[in-house]
Design a protein around this ligand. Sequence first.
Ligand code: TRP
Length: 434
Amino acid sequence: MENNRPFWTSKYSFIITTIGSAVGLGNIWRFPYIMGQYGGAIFLAVYILIISTICFIPLMNELYIGKTTKKECVGAYESINKNFKYLDALNPITGVLIASFYFIVGGWIINYIFKSLVNSNINDWGQYFSAFIQAPVYPCILTLLFISICIFFTAKGLKNGIERANKLFMPLLAVILIFLVIVSLNLPNAQKGLEYMFKPDFSKLNFHMVLAALGQAFFTLSIGMGALLTYGSYIKEDKSLVKSVYTIILSDTAFALLAGIMIFPAVFSFNMEPNSGAGLVFVTLPKIFSNIPYGNLIAFSFFILLFSAALTSGISIIEGPCATLIERFKITRIRASIILFFIISFIAIPTTLSFSVLGDLKIFGKTLFDFLDFTTSNIMLPVNTLFLCLISGWYLKIKGGDIIRNKIGVFLFNVGLKFIVPIALVCLIYMGLK
Ligand code: TRP
């Protein structure tokens, strides 16, 4: 089976696909609203510090384990130590659960793309959004549609599906983002938004915010569910990954920053609230689009942008569990994709309904959607990363030359794997549970 594994067709394919995984709803939807909630510039400063230092370690670690073992998650853990095999069944399970709520938002985006194509005179976008997600049938159909699109690319394989989608949608995403940044910066009072983003207010600095920044950084880099490990396992040549890892971190941060520069000037220009939470993209922005010239065109571009970001990340979320099914159960990619379609739909449909008919079904006081979002982002992702760092740090014993050529770098990397990142993760899990 191992000889049948696919490989990236080029280094460019690997980098653009990994950036495609990283740049997603986390950058364009979650980052701006979390930054809004934690006070703007100061959050950004802490975030940049964290993403460029601590995050290097688990990101490199996941890619490296994939690259050296050339196996999907479960097999990779097993080849480090037999006892870890079951521990790592957690990774593909996390993937399926993340997919089940991430793809619902993908469905919402499709709806907003359709909406921007027709001239709808909606005055109250807040009301529109709640009525839309509370309708039982339509959002389910859209969720299924989004799942099908992602599965389609997965089923087509690494070269013809996954790479192709990323090579098409990532450049499109970049071009639309730059276009929208220019539009936003030309709105009246745009500089107020920039001040909000770049003038830090140090009084807002606190520990909770640092952990929020850490959680956001992990999520946006796709760390913690074996997606990167699987992508790493498709690397053929034995070259150092240091440059690639920094390219990924830098690009991901650039996309998040540009998303902020696109959103905040517009929000301030129209005297809206920057801290309106998850509704920022689905309520606040559509309100703004209805009030600017060529609003429909701009709304259309924006939601295509969001769709491209969600799609390339969605594909990476599926690839981890898909590779596990293919290699563990020795089945074809097509069959694995069909099985995943059914499993993900089976969880995603009731989750979509948690905004309507299943709204009263509560798990630990949370609706199904909130429960899945909470358990995966706050608990499962950090727990998976914790295991992976400890296993590499204490069992794999990464030597100089494996990853980083200079001695101090290797020393810091190992200390990071054994102590720094695990401590940070334990704090994150603790805060998440509180
Ligand atoms: N990083 C993506 C985003 O920012 C989401 C994502 C894709 C992800 N694959 C992942 C998150 C794996 C955690 C783990 O939207």
